[in-house]
Design a protein around this ligand. Structure first.
Ligand code: PLP
Length: 438
């Protein structure tokens, strides 16, 4: 194929750099488990489980068969206005794992749409219950919630407004709870905001562990305080568990307080086999919709909750339970983090290693964009396919099925690459993805 024949425009990718680098990038043509196979025969450990979603690993016959079976039996059934047995089965399976007050499940096709739907749901709830002024949303600086216009407004990255703005008004941000002092500042800012504008706020959206920001685990007291503040002001709380949910954090749900109004799941829910996301909704939010004649929830897309997606979700949940992958994520994640911490102790360019379960953040110091890209090439040369998170952060999130031996190999490769990393990398050619984020 000549360069002129390559016409894919990759999102979140600096296409100028990508065009220059493309000849050096691995061309992955096959994958199984945690291993990616390139066209030239090279193999790579998948340090990011695709895009933090291939939680069961690649090429699982059980999931593939479940999807194929569903497609053969019932290619498509609209999820709008008709009972859907596949959606009903997956909803029941999800509700068994959810806190007791959660009673409804809505399906979506992307995490972006699911978060947006949760926000719209809260807004319509307040319209229907006589509080039409509640339209505002609070989110965290450096939180990521998707790429729609509202998703970009919710995500706390000023560059989005610079390039895409003006973004929808009515979204306010408070600092990320990145450490004890920042968490105190975050809670204080939220309190001030709610004191001043609480009656116009519909919802707060947050990631229980902030993935793209570099795997920031807020102190447990911060979550308690934020939920208490929101409850006291009648503000609904949406936990964006698109990355953390369904086991990746070493728990089914990462939020330490179950009393949130909507949990959003995505990514790992289908293990990356087909597009699937879900919102798990508390009964209190559903109640006015159950009573109202002549009003439906004004959102939803054609493919949401299609039979093949629901079959994938059911197969993934069954495998996670049968194989104890939630506990495994906690155990293997602890081991991987400990091995990284030990191997990288005293390395000047590593500022912090943090995380929970198989979400591990390595915070780098003194790396600019070009150096980071060069570092991605070093990882590839060491047999590891890695994508950077935002800024100088690595987010290591392999499949939950990664074997202990593979996890050790991954840790040792990361240690070797990061120990050898030098500022001179900045002058080397740039890294595999030229990815600006995600
Ligand atoms: N929420 C979080 C926390 C995410 O990390 C992402 C994607 O990375 C999204 C929402 C958006 O999900 P999707 O890319 O499926 O639209």
């Amino acid at each position: 194929m000549t360069d002129d024949d390559y016409r894919v425009w990759h999102p979140w990718t600096r296409m100028g750099e990508f065009a220059r680098e493309r000849p050096r990038l691995p061309v992955i043509v096959r994958a199984s488990g945690s291993t990616l196979h390139a066209v030239d025969g090279r193999q790579y450990l998948d340090a990011c489980a695709g895009m933090w979603n291939v939680n069961l690993g690649h090429g699982r016959a059980d999931v593939v068969e479940a999807i194929a079976g569903a497609l053969r039996e019932l290619t498509f059934l609209p999820n709008i206005g008709l009972p859907s047995p596949p959606a009903s089965r997956l909803a029941a399976a999800l509700l068994r794992l959810a806190p007791e007050h959660v009673s409804r499940v809505m399906f979506h096709s992307t995490g972006t749409a699911a978060v947006e739907s949760a926000v719209l749901l809260c807004r319509q709830f307040f319209r229907m219950t006589g509080q039409p002024r509640r339209t505002g949303v609070i989110a965290l600086e450096r939180g990521y919630h998707g790429c729609s216009l509202l998703g970009s407004a919710l995500s706390g990255y000023p560059e989005d407004a610079r390039w895409l703005g003006p973004l929808p008004a009515g979204v306010r941000h408070v600092p990320a709870p990145d450490g004890e002092a920042a968490a105190r500042a975050s809670a204080a800012a939220l309190r001030r905001l709610l004191d001043a504008e609480g009656e116009t706020i519909a919802a707060l959206v947050f990631e229980p562990i902030m993935a793209l920001a570099g795997v920031i685990v807020p102190p447990a007291w911060w979550v308690e305080e934020v939920l208490a503040l929101c409850r006291a002001r009648g503000v609904k709380v949406i936990a964006d568990e698109v990355v953390t949910g369904v086991g990746r954090s070493g728990a089914w749900l990462a939020c330490p307080d179950p009393r949130v109004d909507v949990f959003v799941l995505g990514k790992g829910l289908s293990g990356g086999y087909v597009p699937l996301a879900a919102t798990l909704i508390g009964e209190a939010l559903f109640e006015p919709f159950s009573r109202a004649d002549g009003v439906e929830f004004k959102s939803g897309s054609t493919m949401d909750g299609c039979p093949a997606a629901c079959a994938a979700g059911l197969a993934v949940l069954a495998a996670i339970e049968a194989e104890g992958l939630v506990e495994r994520a906690a155990r293997v994640g602890d081991g991987l983090r400990a091995r990284l911490s030990q191997g990288l102790a005293g390395v000047e360019s590593v500022a912090a290693i943090r995380g929970r379960g198989l979400m591990i953040g390595v915070s780098l110091r003194g790396f600019d964009g070009a150096m980071l890209n060069a570092l991605m090439h070093r990882f590839a040369e060491a047999g590891v396919l890695m994508h950077p998170a935002y800024g100088a952060e690595l987010a290591i999130m392999p499949p939950l099925t990664i074997t202990e031996a593979e996890a050790e190999r991954l840790a040792d490769a990361c240690v070797a690459v990061l120990r050898a990393a030098r500022g001179s990398d900045a002058t080397a050619s740039r890294g595999p993805a030229a990815v600006s984020r995600r």
